[in-house]
Design a protein around this ligand. Structure first.
Ligand code: GLY
Length: 413
């Protein structure tokens, strides 16, 4: 099958890897130097019309869209209109991620468990509401922020600063939510709009510093599987995934693609922290190496509305990701750092998240630079392998958390 993957980060590197493992001919745009070792990297304008044109010219059987911005720009709509199967939600359905205020209202309409909230389109009303809350106060930018639009404010001053920052942008809106306690878990549902298959649960580590402290990032490391009880899983399926897919169908915007449920396992049961409309990053880097069955075939089936969930199979074992980030990330990541990468030993992968090549030299080009990933029979083994490899790479000033898995009482280093 001829597959076109759109995107150029660690998630797309993992998607390309999963497709290549099953013998597909993969192209990717804009790609990155790591992806270029596995697939044809094509340069193209990145707007919806140009990408659909590229897929037609390359006789692509299925397009897999990685990042949310392409979904919000209508790439799937445009490919579908031109007769190319594309895996991902339409522009309208991707609102589940793209507009957090809309997403919260959707959850309320359909009785999907989530934190209490209020949405605001103006600063003054938001400030008045925040001042009346007891910290910690959860403040979210309602728009797309690559995982960095959330502040858990420890006091009123922090909440106020976060709100002032959000409302410097024209047309901004904010969501203020009740703070939830419990373990956070990510579950990804591959869906054709009706049927779905779940990936094993995983746990991302979203802040820059150890012990889940410091500013939010796109994600600094993952453990998979993360243990959830049979009862929690049943609630997640019935009250969250199935209600969401049914609600999206009922509203005339069926959700095809990856429904990413970011959940809190609260004492009252699992509740939605946020929905995303695509594979998580770096969750994809942890989960996809455990996928035994054929990702490209699943995406084509889902795009055609014919996913057979029974064919989606994950193998036993565990997977861990440690993100190597640039100095200065997340505020002002330093770019252009020379990278020398070892060959990844068996059962490990070095997925490129923010790299570029200049005159034959590999350089850092983003905040999250590499997703160092490993699989083993159990999580301690996977963490040990991932940390051994991360320690070997260690470019100048590299930041990485040494405590991935700490909420399970694990430490990999
Ligand atoms: N890892 C969080 C996200 O993909 O949004």
């Amino acid at each position: 099958m001829r597959v076109l993957v759109i995107g150029g980060g660690g998630r797309e590197h993992a998607i390309v890897d999963a497709c290549v493992r099953h013998g597909h001919a993969v192209s990717c745009t804009p790609g990155n130097p790591g992806i270029a070792q596995l697939a044809r990297v094509l340069s193209s304008a990145q707007d919806a019309a140009s990408l659909a044109e590229l897929a037609i010219n390359e006789k692509i059987d299925v397009v897999i869209v990685g990042p949310e911005a392409y979904l919000a720009a209508g790439v799937v709509d445009e490919c579908t209109r031109r007769g190319i199967p594309a895996f991902g939600p339409t522009q309208a359905a991707s609102q589940l991620e793209g507009d957090k205020a809309w997403s919260k209202a959707f959850m309320v309409r359909h009785g999907i468990p989530t934190a209490g909230h209020q949405s605001f389109t103006g600063l003054e009303a938001a400030l008045t509401h925040a001042r009346a809350q007891t910290p910690p106060i959860v403040v979210k930018d309602a728009g797309l922020k690559a995982g960095k639009g959330v502040t858990i404010a420890a006091d009123h001053a922090q909440a106020e600063a976060a709100l002032r920052d959000i409302f410097t942008q024209e047309g901004a809106s904010a969501v203020i939510e009740d703070f939830m306690t419990g373990q956070e878990v990510s579950i990804l549902a591959l869906s054709d709009g009706e049927r779905y298959a779940l990936t094993p649960p995983s746990q991302d580590h979203k802040t820059i510093f150890e012990g889940d402290t410091g500013p939010m990032t796109g994600g600094m490391g993952v453990v998979c599987p993360f243990p959830v009880t049979a009862e929690q899983l049943e609630t997640i399926r019935r009250d969250i995934i199935e209600k969401t897919l049914a609600g999206m169908r009922a509203e005339g915007t069926p959700f095809r693609g990856v429904l990413y449920a970011g959940l809190m396992l609260t004492p009252q049961g699992p509740k939605v922290v946020e929905f995303n409309a695509r594979f998580g990053d770096p969750e994809a880097e942890a989960v996809l190496p455990l996928l035994d069955s054929d990702l490209a075939q699943h995406t084509l089936d889902a795009a055609r509305g014919q996913l057979d969930p029974g064919t989606v199979r994950f193998r036993e074992g565990a997977s861990a990701v440690v993100i190597l980030a640039a100095p200065g990330y997340p505020a002002e990541p330093q770019k252009g750092i020379a990278l020398e990468l070892p060959k990844a030993p068996a059962g490990t992968q070095i997925y490129h998240a923010g790299t570029a090549e200049q005159g034959g030299q590999l350089l850092s080009s983003g905040g999250r630079v590499l997703a160092v990933t490993a699989q083993a029979g159990d999580l301690p083994g996977a963490l040990q392998k991932a940390y051994a490899l991360a320690g070997q790479i260690g470019f100048p000033g590299a930041q990485y958390r040494r405590d991935i898995g700490f909420r399970l009482g694990l430490r990999g280093d």
